[in-house]
Design a binder for this molecule. Structure first.
Ligand SMILES: [Ca+2]
Ligand SMILES: [Ca+2]
Length: 195
């Protein structure tokens, strides 16, 4: 199913996307700062973006929640070859290029999502540090709390979030998960390009 002039469809669902007869596509990620799966702490919001392969235009966006093992399920996905991207609210993007989806049930591991990109600019650096510093010590439902500063999504901005940022400081995305060399780089030395 592909509509002329309609470049993307937004599926909004909790846990799974729209129902249909197409084979399921199961995506699995590893999450940081949330203990060992399976655990409720691994149930978190992720965004999945599918573009045409080789850097083509955006086709679909899914807003989903992972289950307690870090898995999401895409349903009713038209068959095609896609570039597949996934991120949490505060992680770098992981990407796999040229993936055939929608023809059979598949499970793809999308790797570890590296936390710390609080401002969504593709790099974990001092600007993200400032976001956490500004909201440090705040709790969910209290004045001053900011979800973008709560890297492990546990309802409080504290040393655990700073630890995640520190561990990943300088990393840049998107990060290749298979098929291509890693585009992992330290800040200021990013290699490759988003395709
Ligand atoms: Ca950033
Ligand atoms: Ca936290």
């Amino acid at each position: 199913m592909r509509f002329v002039n309609l470049l993307f469809i937004v599926f909004v669902a909790l846990g799974t996307s729209a129902q249909g007869d197409a084979p399921d596509v199961l995506l699995r990620v590893n999450l940081q700062g949330r203990g060992t799966a399976p655990t409720e702490a691994w149930q978190t919001a992720v965004t999945v973006l599918l573009t045409e392969s080789c850097g083509g235009p955006l086709q679909y966006i899914y807003e989903l929640n992972t289950d307690s093992t870090g898995r999401v399920v895409l349903k009713s996905l038209p068959a095609g070859i896609y570039d597949l991207r996934i991120r949490t609210r505060t992680s770098l993007i992981n990407v796999r290029h040229n993936v055939l989806l929608g023809t059979q049930t598949r499970e793809l591991h999308m790797g570890t999502l590296f936390e710390g990109d609080a401002n969504h600019d593709g790099v974990i650096d001092g600007a993200d540090f400032d976001v956490i510093k500004t909201h440090y010590g705040t709790k969910e439902d209290e004045a001053g709390y900011e979800r973008q500063a709560d890297l492990n999504d546990d309802g409080i901005v504290n040393v655990l979030d700073f630890s995640l940022l520190s561990a990943n400081f300088g990393l840049a995305g998107p990060r290749e998960t298979a098929g291509c060399p890693f585009m992992l780089a330290r800040s200021g030395t990013r290699v490759g390009a988003v395709r």
